[in-house]
Design a protein around this ligand. Structure first.
Ligand code: AMP
Ligand code: ZN
Length: 136
C-alpha cells in the first residue's frame, strides 16, 4: 500500500477513535450504547442499538440510535445515507416484531425547534395507541 495513504488512514482512524472517546464521555446515548448507563435493550447489531425510552409516551416507545455518534440528521453527511436507511428499516422491523399492525409513528426530533433534547441522532418508534396529529 502507498505509504502516504496508509499513514493518512491511520491518522484518520486515530482521530475517529479520539472523537468517539470524547463523545462517549459526554453524550448520554453514547454512554447507553457502550453500556456505562443501563438501558433495556430491544434490538442490536453492529451499527444500531435500540432500547426502551425511559419516559414512554405510548405503550410502545423505542429509541433507535446509531452506535457511532452523529449529532442529528443535520450533521449526517452523504456517507451516512445507508446508515440512515438502516435505522428506518430497523424501526420497521421492531414495529413488526412488536405486532404494531394497526400502525405506528417514527419521529426524528431535530435541533432546538424540533424538540431534540439529546444530541445523538435517534428515531422514536411510538405505537400501541391512536396517535394524534399534528404534534405540538
Ligand atoms: P428527544 O427529545 O427527541 O431528544 O428524545 C430524547 C428521549 O430520550 C426522550 O424521549 C427521553 O425520555 C429519552 N431518554 C432520556 N434519558 C434516557 C435514558 N437514560 N434511557 C432511555 N431513554 C432516555
Ligand atoms: Zn453520542
Amino acid at each position: 500500500m502507498n505509504k502516504d495513504l496508509s499513514a493518512r488512514s491511520i491518522l484518520a482512524r486515530v482521530l475517529e477513535v479520539a472523537m468517539y472517546t470524547g463523545h462517549a464521555m459526554s453524550c448520554l446515548f453514547c454512554k447507553i450504547v457502550e453500556g456505562s448507563i443501563p438501558s433495556t435493550a430491544v434490538f442490536q447489531d453492529d451499527l444500531v442499538y435500540a432500547f426502551a425510552d425511559i419516559g414512554p409516551k405510548a405503550p410502545v416507545h423505542v429509541l433507535i440510535v446509531p452506535r457511532e455518534h452523529i449529532g442529528s440528521v443535520k450533521e449526517a453527511g452523504k456517507d451516512k445515507r445507508a446508515l440512515l436507511g438502516h435505522l428506518l428499516w430497523i424501526a420497521a422491523e421492531i414495529a413488526r416484531e412488536k405486532k404494531l399492525d394497526k400502525g405506528y409513528r417514527i419521529v426524528v426530533n431535530t435541533g432546538e425547534d424540533g424538540g431534540q433534547t439529546v444530541d445523538h441522532l435517534h428515531l422514536h418508534l411510538l405505537g400501541g395507541r391512536m396517535l394524534t396529529w399534528p404534534p405540538g
